[in-house]
Design a protein around this ligand. Structure first.
Ligand code: DP6
Length: 368
């Protein structure tokens, strides 16, 4: 067992013997999605990443989750009602129930608590924006908050670490959404505090790499064709997996100095290399997946050509899907936005482009 998990289990056993001070209450958090620059693709048992990853926390694409809780000693396992955008959603409810059962050893009060959860995204489900990162981080934050309210405890120092740990168990990339600007998850030799158990905030970011913009070209609206868990699983038999994990670590190390030094060109090179490597992994898995669409490739070529011609600081990245994230600096914003509107927008389904940017991370919506 890992170090922080042991600490959390000790904390859990201590808390079980404490008196519940506030058996009823309410909390609400909003938490953002994130876009990975170095990709997490492949994992080991216990939701341990095969390589470290680093992401930009978005500002606008968020999930808001509010939870009303009631502690009742006579209940013996977590009880839940779940509404997504005001409607009951059986599939999500089942996933959350399974998650609560998995984490109840760490939060033993869950066994005696009724939770009424309301969750909504401020971005369309079909937009291809990763909703598991924002949703699972928002949920983890509300759970940590409920624990503090219930027991009148303050674990302030470890609050975010614990939220990131719990978010990770729900969805790996969610561990990174707990922090603003940039976050890193997974052991990497370039950061001493890094951990496979939780994400850490990236500090010392050069001002040129702060406030990066992310305009998401919706090349294909609709559901992802490959679920992340299936995709991670494919890496177990991918013949290039070992090389990929080593390359990701090299990219993490390069990024470390690039982020503090502010070498935007190098940052863009690494980001694009990572996106193409992720898709190469999908193409070389069995079965193999071609997730880019002709318009994704067109967009990539046009972004590169425009960069060569204009000298603007922009590049692309993709998740496990066809949509293209155009990442650019605040300095190049006005020119790049014009280029996106006139040249790239026509490549998008119904001309949909979602303009987002780096943001400050989750926020508590309820009173303390
Ligand atoms: C391509 O975090 O969605 O977006 O841990 O199984 O929930 P699970 O996977 P998930 O995988 C994200 C994959 C990715 C890359 C990334 O965000 O790092």
């Amino acid at each position: 067992m890992k170090k922080f998990e042991i600490l959390l289990l000790e904390q859990a056993s201590e808390i079980s013997s404490e008196k519940v001070l506030n058996p009823e209450g309410f909390t609400a958090w909003t938490s953002p999605s994130n876009i990975a620059i170095v990709k997490y693709w492949g994992k080991r048992p216990g939701q341990i990443p095969a390589n470290a990853s680093l992401s930009l926390t978005l500002s606008k694409a968020r999930t808001e989750t509010s939870v009303t809780y009631t502690y009742d000693k006579s209940i013996k396992e977590p009880q839940l009602t779940f509404k997504f955008e005001g409607k009951t959603q059986d599939q999500f409810e089942k996933r959350i129930k399974k998650y609560l059962l998995e984490i109840r050893e760490l939060l033993p009060w869950l066994n005696h608590t009724k939770l009424s959860i309301d969750s909504s995204n401020n971005f369309p489900h079909s937009s291809g924006i990763a909703s598991s990162a924002s949703a699972m981080s928002a949920l983890a934050l509300t759970l940590c908050d409920i624990e503090e309210r219930m027991y009148g405890r303050k674990t302030a120092k470890d609050f975010m670490k614990k939220a990131s740990f719990l978010a990770r168990l729900g969805s790996g990339s969610a561990s990174r959404s707990v922090y603003g600007n940039m976050a890193e998850w997974g052991m990497t030799s370039c950061r001493r505090e890094s951990s496979d158990e939780f994400a850490i905030p990236v500090t010392g970011i050069h001002e040129d790499l702060l406030m990066l913009r992310d305009s998401i070209l919706i090349i294909e609206a609709g559901k992802k064709k490959v679920s992340s868990s299936f995709g991670h699983d494919l890496m177990k038999s991918n013949p290039y997996a070992k090389l990929r994990f080593e390359a990701a670590e090299e990219n993490m190390q390069r990024l470390c100095s690039v982020i503090t030094g502010g070498d935007t060109g190098h940052f863009i090179d690494i980001m694009e290399n990572e996106a193409l490597s992720l898709h190469a992994m999908m193409m070389t898995s069995t079965p193999g997946f071609l997730l880019m669409k002709p318009n994704s490739l067109k967009a990539i070529e046009m972004i590169r050509e425009y960069r060569r011609e204009s000298g603007s600081q922009l590049g692309f990245t993709l998740d496990a899907g066809a949509n293209v994230h155009v990442i650019y600096t605040k300095k190049s914003e006005s020119k790049v936005k014009k280029f996106i509107e006139s040249e790239l927008k026509p490549l998008c389904e119904n001309g949909l482009v979602i303009h987002d940017e780096m943001g400050g991370g989750p926020e508590r919506m309820s009173e303390v």
